[in-house]
Design a protein around this ligand. Structure first.
Ligand SMILES: [Zn+2]
Length: 327
């Protein structure tokens, strides 16, 4: 029996509740949250231990991304990426109703050694903020490991961190080794290596859901922090004309390359040699391949399998989408 043809794939969101979460994954992004007040993350594309994305609709509905990679890896990922035994990126929405912990992620070598995991370079695109919301990213000035360790012990890490007030649309690259925290009120999209290696150094003096402080990982953090990583600010992209609108190149790393397309007419997205992730940032689009047409609304994510080659993205009116490839 011939395999079902590939088409733009939508996956069921995997919702995660954490003490700092809120309600906007439901109220703003229309994810199927319950009545609780601590919805923190919507994993849009994941292949991490038990958290594996499942196709939501179409003829592959119910298929897990892990099996699709195993059985149809080249069609899905493309010959530039396959073979791979795990989907290489984790894509999330994050609703920081309260501050996230002050944390650092290891690089790939440190991640393997300290956390039995990959390293984690991540990038954020800000969707919404509240008055006074802050992003902490990088060190304000050169700080040595001893001074930093002392600041951790005395709970005085925050004054050492660079911070700014983010605005919707800001794109920020957090390379492994960069101290950072997402501040209260920020709603963002995150693209990162498929890893959960996080070393917490400060948790704002609060208690976890069990009434105890959440653990810190000071030794691992001190090994992972890049003490030369000074202030990190949003990327300032330039708009280039493309068919149907404009394109801005956002964060780029060895793991991902993001572009923002502002569209008022059709444009082509996708290539035969690698998969493309498309996320709706504003408005609605139709994503078409052959006779298959899939709608992409604000807050939704599609995976365009490499085998599709180019898809035509047509905005309904005006729309903004984010694209992400593994370079
Ligand atoms: Zn992080």
């Amino acid at each position: 029996m011939p395999a079902v043809p590939m088409y733009p794939l939508r996956f069921q969101p995997i919702l995660r509740r954490l003490i700092w979460g809120g309600r906007r994954l439901g109220t703003v992004l229309h994810k199927p949250i319950g009545s609780e007040s601590d919805y923190a993350e919507s994993w849009e594309l994941a292949d991490y231990h038990e958290q594996v994305s499942v196709v939501e609709d179409g003829s592959l509905a119910g298929s897990r991304i892990r099996e699709l990679i195993r059985n149809r890896g080249c069609e899905l990922l493309g010959k530039a990426i396959a073979p791979c035994d795990q989907f290489p990126l984790l894509v999330k929405f994050i609703d920081a109703h309260e501050n996230l912990s002050v944390q650092v992620h290891p690089n790939d070598e440190q991640g393997r050694r300290l956390a039995n995991d990959s390293g984690k370079t991540e990038t954020w695109v800000i969707l919404d903020t509240m008055p006074g919301s802050l992003i902490y990213a990088g060190l304000k000035r050169v700080v040595g490991p001893d001074e930093f360790a002392q600041a951790i012990r005395s709970g005085a890490v925050e004054p050492l961190l660079h911070r700014f007030e983010p605005r919707p649309g800001d794109s920020i690259l957090i390379e492994a080794g960069t101290m950072h925290a997402i501040g209260a009120g920020v709603l963002l999209a995150e693209f990162q290596e498929m890893s959960d290696a996080t070393f917490r150094v400060y948790d704002w003096g609060r208690l976890g859901s069990d009434g105890k402080p959440r653990p810190l990982h000071i030794r691992e953090a001190l090994e992972s922090i890049d003490f030369k990583r000074g202030p990190v600010n949003p990327i300032v992209p330039e708009k280039e004309p493309i068919p149907g609108g404009t394109r801005e190149r956002l964060a780029r790393s060895p793991y991902f390359a993001l572009e923002r397309l502002s569209l008022n007419g059709p444009t082509c997205v996708g290539t035969l040699d690698r998969f493309t992730i498309v996320m709706g940032l504003n408005g609605s689009c139709d994503v078409e391949h052959d006779n298959e047409c899939v709608r992409l609304d604000f807050g939704q994510t599609l995976l365009l399998p490499a085998a599709l080659g180019q898809c035509v993205v047509t905005p309904r009116g005006a729309a903004t989408v984010l694209t992400c490839v593994v370079p």
